[in-house]
Design a protein around this ligand. Sequence first.
Ligand code: ZN
Length: 195
Amino acid sequence: MTEGVGSKSIVFLTMVIEVDLKSESDFTDVEVADVHYSSSDDEHYRYRPDADEWRTRLCLRGSDCQDPHCNHAHCLAELRPPNETRVLHPEVWAAGIGRFYGQAMTAELLRVFNDYYFKTHEFECPLWAHALYFSIKKHDLLADAHFPWDYGLTMDVDVLRRGRVGGQRPFEYLPGLWGALQSRERQLAFEQDYN
Ligand SMILES: [Zn+2]
């Protein structure tokens, strides 16, 4: 897990996106939200629309961000979906969130993810992050066969839907991803039966 420098092709299961990984100059014109909220005032927090976007994207300043009012995530494990227990936020999903649920990701989100991913110890990496990495790298489906990144992804989507008003999945899956996960599941079950 130490590669990822320079320009490379990120190959999804059915599409190729050219991403200039770790090109920090690309971050300069991306606006960083300046959201203020008080964690001691729960009611205030709950009803502020911008607070529902809390930790939905990784901070472009990195994990050493010193802004006490920054509402972005500063490590992969902090990322979460928008709070949709009361109100749906399709605009937040449309803008792109950092956490991977199997949805297509923008080049910008992948670039920031890549930067954090390679600075995160493997044991601190959430399963969804490994799932995104596997999707990007187009690994053989049986590589790391007993590492449950696909299970983690499936569970995350399930939890997301249960905690969301209406229970709908708020995005389209990355083309080809879900079919690939199902064939991994079938192949692993086959291996288990005959080994
Ligand atoms: Zn920050």
